[in-house]
Design a protein around this ligand. Structure first.
Ligand code: ATP
Ligand code: MG
Length: 168
């Protein structure tokens, strides 16, 4: 029984994340997905709530053919304790998939196996780039699964981002 762990902020969930998780579904028996910085929302860098991100991920992975759990995880702002914090909130997992240097380092120091999946078209597929496109009124819909487009339209997510960057 191999359970894989994958963590991100998913602001928003995009085709790069989807590509990694499709790959994981072929190798792992189960996948645990951590939604990081769960307490943050309505900020330019973190526009979507944990619940909205859970919906994006769950809808996009419907039919992926591998059981998965989506678990919001709040920041504790103490990197040395962060891995223990995650372990306390999730089903037990035995391998971590991440390309984020800090995440890799923290799990390796905790003695866990870490694998780094190949990046999928990183120049275009990044949360930062997609949020920037939303703000500039540029097309972004082709960079995320259709389910994510539906969630973001349903909450007027682009309107939210454009409104919260303004000053009073
Ligand atoms: P941001 O720009 O807001 O940091 P991001 O695209 O890096 O967004 P995260 O939620 O920070 O997305 O990342 C979650 C995980 O997904 C990280 O391990 C990150 O390296 C990985 N990831 C991000 N973009 C891609 C991509 N295009 N292909 C594969 N993995 C990716
Ligand atoms: Mg990132």
């Amino acid at each position: 029984m191999s359970r894989a762990f994958y963590i991100g902020r998913f602001q928003p969930y995009h085709n790069g994340h989807q590509s990694v998780l499709r790959g994981l579904a072929r190798t792992a028996d189960e996948i645990v997905i951590g939604v990081g910085s769960a307490q943050l929302s309505h900020e330019p860098e973190n526009p979507f709530t944990a619940g909205e991100r859970v919906l994006m991920i769950t809808a996009s992975l419907k039919g992926i053919g591998c059981p998965f759990y989506v678990i919001p995880i709040e920041d504790i702002k103490r990197n040395a304790l962060w891995v223990s914090h995650i372990i306390s909130m999730t089903p037990e997992f035995d391998v971590v998939y991440s390309s984020n240097p800090l995440v890799i380092r923290l799990f390796q120091e905790a003695g866990m196996e870490v694998r780094s999946p190949a990046m999928y078209e990183r120049e275009t597929h990044s949360g930062t780039g997609i949020r920037g496109r939303m703000l500039q009124g540029e097309p972004w819909e082709h960079l995320v699964p259709q389910s994510v487009v539906d969630v973001i339209r349903g909450i007027d997510g682009v309107g939210r981002i454009c409104q919260i960057v303004k000053d009073d």
